[in-house]
Design a protein around this ligand. Structure first.
Ligand SMILES: [Zn+2]
Length: 435
């Protein structure tokens, strides 16, 4: 089998369930499940304008044998594309179901369907991303770890990447404490992740310093970090979105999720929505100007115009404003051309650093707001020779699979998937937790 279809390095547990899985998981419990857990029903109503009644949906499915209504709630359709919030709400359908299993202590009911499906797909190595609230953090990480450890056999190896919150330090400390008490967790927990709303790299600096120090002090217990970045960035200039990817790589993230900002045609990016990238905060603009000064030489060598005096003048003017005030961005042809050069610069730097981009094509179309595969940055990534892996992100919610993602990428580049595998190499060499 094609080596690209054997390893999935970017997949979220709660995005893995297909409508069939959700039906099977909840058919004996739907009457007692708290469907408004984490305000799922309220949030769904707000996002889609309808109040769903999961109990009658399941009754109907039992009666008719059709799970179409479950599919409608659970799967993120192309018509709904372009909104992270709408996507996020959909995943809470599964969260309501698994929440019931958490309350009743049935972790195997959460993990069994995933493992079964991924094994059947022919996946041999998979890094699942997940997290638990602080009150159940220790107990449930141990449960998942033990389940993964017990199911690591016959050519199937499940690992865990723990999602950290906010700036990372608190949840990371909790994880390290747990690992001190249970060093065997290192067999399955390979790294940590930042996902959801993107965090400015400057706020992740203290976390990465601590991680580096811990990894140096105890290399046999080292953890790697991965970060979702450059995925949804309408709220800032394209230059800032590119800088966030660059600075996150410089901090030491081993792999970066998505990085659409590093490859999307800037003209396409700004046309995605009327207010896309037209504004950012004063604080963000000042950070960008300091970045331009720091990388002045490299950017000038590529042909960008960086006039130090006017940059300093702008910084001085902005200093008198509140950090959260708004700066308006306007894009002309010259600026758009220069944005492409900035992308080239950062891709080359990622290549030097050995940073890996996790490409999740369907996710990028549906969440990232890329208007079609013909506009996906993967061809630019491929041409740049940056390290790249293909992943499925949330295959259940997107009704996709790792195999279909690999096929999509091969077709986009215009080669067959075996040749693609030869060019990209085995994704397993980029797995986390190689100690
Ligand atoms: Zn993701």
């Amino acid at each position: 089998m094609n080596v690209l279809k054997k390893s999935d390095l970017h997949v979220h547990i709660w995005g893995c369930y297909y409508p069939e899985d959700l039906f099977n998981m909840a058919r004996d419990y739907y009457r007692v499940i708290d469907w408004n857990r984490f305000d799922f029903l309220d949030r769904y109503e707000k996002a889609f304008g309808v109040r769903i009644d999961p109990v009658s949906v399941f009754e109907e499915a039992e009666r008719t044998g059709s799970i179409d209504q479950i599919r409608e709630i659970a799967v993120f359709s192309p018509q709904e594309a372009g909104s992270f919030d709408r996507f996020d709400v959909k995943t809470f359908f599964a969260v309501a179901i698994t929440g019931y299993f958490i309350d009743t202590g049935r972790h195997e009911l959460i993990l069994e369907p995933l493992i079964k499906r991924h094994k059947e797909e022919g996946i041999e190595y998979i890094e699942y991303r997940y997290s638990f609230g602080s009150s159940i953090f220790d107990e449930w990480h141990i449960r998942f770890h033990e389940y993964f450890r017990d199911h690591d056999s016959n050519g199937f190896s499940p690992k865990g990447i723990i999602r950290l919150y906010d700036k990372g330090l608190d949840s990371y400390s909790q994880l390290r404490e747990l690992m001190k008490a249970r060093p065997d967790l290192l067999d399955t927990v390979v790294g940590v992740d930042f996902s959801g709303r993107e965090t400015a790299p400057k706020h992740l600096k203290p976390f990465f310093s601590r991680l580096r120090a811990d990894n140096t002090a105890n290399p046999e217990q080292a953890l790697d970090a991965v970060v979702h970045i450059g995925e949804v960035f309408y709220d800032k200039s394209l230059e800032s979105a590119i800088r966030w990817c660059h600075e996150t790589a410089e901090l030491g993230a081993k792999r970066l999720g998505h990085c659409i900002a590093l490859g999307i045609d800037p003209k396409v990016a700004i046309e995605r929505s009327p207010d896309a990238h037209t504004q950012e905060s004063v604080e963000e603009r000042i950070d960008q100007l300091h970045y331009d000064l720091a990388y002045k030489q490299e950017l000038q060598q590529l042909g960008l115009e960086i006039d130090e005096r006017s940059v300093l003048k702008e910084i001085n003017e902005l200093r008198h404003q509140e950090p959260n005030e708004i700066v308006v961005n306007q894009y002309d042809d010259k600026r758009l051309r220069e944005i492409c050069l900035r992308q080239d610069f950062v891709l080359a730097r990622l290549k030097e650093l050995g940073t890996v981009i996790e490409v999740c094509p369907t996710s990028n179309i549906k969440i990232g707001g890329i208007p079609g595969m013909e506009h996906h940055p993967l061809r630019k990534f491929y041409a740049s020779r940056v390290n790249m892996v293909i992943c499925s992100d949330d295959p259940g919610v997107f009704d996709s699979s790792l195999s279909s993602e690999v096929a999509t990428v091969a077709e986009s580049i215009g080669i067959d998937s075996m040749e693609l595998a030869e060019q990209l190499g085995d994704p397993q060499r980029f797995r986390l937790g190689i100690r």
